[in-house]
Design a protein around this ligand. Structure first.
Ligand SMILES: *[C@@H]1O[C@H](CO)[C@@H](O)[C@H](O)[C@H]1NC(C)=O
Ligand SMILES: *[C@@H]1O[C@H](CO)[C@@H](O)[C@H](O)[C@H]1NC(C)=O
Length: 505
């Protein structure tokens, strides 16, 4: 059965679709129940869909893998084993099992085959080689314990760092053997997941500079802000509030709102994602404030790519390494290269008044002006597609990566057992800080020491970050003590706090 995933713009959600025949496509909405609210402008309409989240029914009773249909067999896959002999990969976060229908399926990957399942019955099976977790839903107090020596853990996390800071700490990320995250350092990088294609960038400018200048004379501000998710770790509103003192910003979302949306866009169902009327509306602005909700290397979302698609200039804060992925070295205005909001406002005002200087930012739209070879190569070589039915989605891509790695490890173990003198033992493999590693949240503007004690941001995000470290260390302790009950997490955290207070470790 073919399943592909559509990334819904403006939401960190995946929309799984099943292909039915040549033209029929059935989509259901998957939503992670424990995640934070999203950046969506108006989320109410979609929330109604979310609540009806699709729950696939188990077509197979009691793990009868014998009858499952096989999927694509890669050209390098000569695996002739029957289903009964294959290693099992367990998707622990059941809401994200990327197969349909049923809860189990055989996968035939590039070099080997596995069985994948969302049925937790197999947790302690000898044959279960790896457990896959969805980062946003990863909870130490629900972890599969005891952790078995022969099983690896795999992490899939494409969403914002704010959804789970446990993964940003070394003790948290090191629990995993394989990772797929937005960071290029991860094992199966999802860095450009929000950029559908090169063509998306080359799309012609939606509103010409002549029209934009006319709109400016009619009172439209040079800068757009559109944000309804206000209390986030990047603390972006604090920066934008300051910037607004020095340059005119039209702000339509719930955060820092200073303008109502036109009536035809107030309909919550249409003001989402890439709805054409909504797109045309925002394309009239010269500059889009594009500040991610959490700051982390390589965490870049549609906030960045959409203005580039439309031919507006993103004024960006998010990944500190954003320049590494831009079409050329004159595409985005990077907030953190300016010493102050006022300096940034002065710069934007100069661009607003100088057409030649402004147009330099749109030169990448001309043929051959996308010169960044890192970007070109990454788009060329990635094996998964975004909203593209002709390519595998990255969930299936990652499970196949894990499957091939596990089969290689098992083969190496067998060879070592048989010929210990000829074959080396397989080396352990685990993730490190750089596979996620997002920094402690800091204020969007100003110094943390200058914030009043009752500041809302201060009370939430730095604490969330450090409590996540405690949880990561707690889980590490549970595993070290070979506990089988994850709800002992709190007790372990308490014991560690007591020992720390006594100055012991
Ligand atoms: C997987 O990671 C764990 C925890 O970091 C480690 O103890 C184990 O040796 C790793 N397993 C393999 C097969 O590399
Ligand atoms: C860990 O606990 C499990 C059962 O709870 C047990 O079967 C296993 O032998 C233990 N492992 C070690 C290394 O003590």
């Amino acid at each position: 059965m073919c399943v592909f995933f559509v990334k819904m713009a403006g939401r960190g959600r995946l929309l799984p679709c099943v292909c039915l025949g040549l033209f029929g496509v059935l989509c259901w909405v998957w939503v992670s129940f424990a995640s934070f609210p999203d950046d969506q402008l108006y989320s109410e309409a979609l929330d109604a869909v979310d609540r009806a989240a699709f729950q696939p029914q188990s077509a197979l009773s009691d793990m009868e893998f014998g009858s499952v249909v096989s999927s694509y067999r890669g050209p390098g896959n000569t695996d002739r084993r029957s289903n009964k002999e294959l290693p099992i990969i367990l998707w622990w976060s059941a809401g994200l099992f990327p197969h349909f229908p049923g809860d189990s399926e055989r996968i035939d990957c590039a070099t080997s085959s596995c069985l994948v399942t969302s049925n937790r019955k197999v947790q302690l099976y000898k044959r279960t080689a790896s457990i896959v977790f969805y980062g946003t839903d990863f909870r130490p107090y629900e972890a599969p314990l005891p952790r078995l020596q022969h099983q690896t853990w795999a992490l899939f996390h494409e969403e914002s760092p704010m959804n789970n800071y446990i993964l940003s700490h070394s003790p948290g990320i090191r629990l995993f053997n394989y990772t797929a995250t937005f960071r290029r350092e991860s094992d199966y990088p999802l860095t450009l997941q929000w950029l559908p294609s090169l063509e998306y960038l080359l799309h012609p400018v939606a509103v010409s500079l002549k029209e934009k200048n006319q709109l400016r004379r009619e009172g439209v501000a040079p800068v757009l802000y559109m944000q309804s998710h206000c209390d986030v770790p990047s603390d972006r509103d604090r920066y934008v509030r300051e910037l607004m003192k020095y340059i005119k910003v039209d702000s339509y979302g719930k955060c820092l709102n200073n303008k109502p949306l036109p009536e035809h866009l107030q309909d919550t169902a249409t003001a989402t994602g890439e709805e054409p009327r909504f797109m045309n509306f925002v394309a009239r602005y010269k500059f889009h404030l594009a500040l991610e909700n959490g700051l982390c290397p390589d965490y870049m979302t549609e906030k960045l790519w959409r203005p580039l698609h439309q031919g507006c200039v993103p004024v960006y804060r998010g990944s500190p390494a954003v320049s590494d992925w831009m079409p050329n070295d004159h595409t985005a205005v990077v907030i953190d290269s300016f010493p102050s909001p006022k300096a940034l406002a002065d710069f934007l005002t100069r661009l607003d008044e100088n057409d030649d200087e402004y147009m330099k930012y749109l030169e990448f739209k001309n043929h051959g002006r996308i010169t960044n070879s890192r970007l070109l190569e990454a788009l060329e070589t990635r094996e998964w597609g975004v909203n593209d039915m002709s390519k595998p989605n990255y969930l299936n891509g990652f499970e196949c990566y894990v499957c091939d790695q596990e089969n290689a490890r098992l083969a190496a173990e067998r060879a070592y057992k048989k010929f210990p003198n000829k074959s080396p033992p397989p080396q352990p493999k685990m993730a490190s800080y750089s596979h996620m590693g997002c920094p402690l949240p800091s204020p969007g503007y100003g110094d943390v020491q200058d914030l009043p004690a009752d500041d809302g941001w201060l009370q939430i995000w730095p604490q969330d970050y450090w409590q996540s470290l405690d949880q990561a260390e707690g889980l590490e302790s549970l595993i070290r003590h070979n506990e089988s009950d994850p709800s002992l997490l709190w007790k372990h955290m308490q014991n560690m706090a007591v020992r720390r207070a006594r100055g012991k470790h």
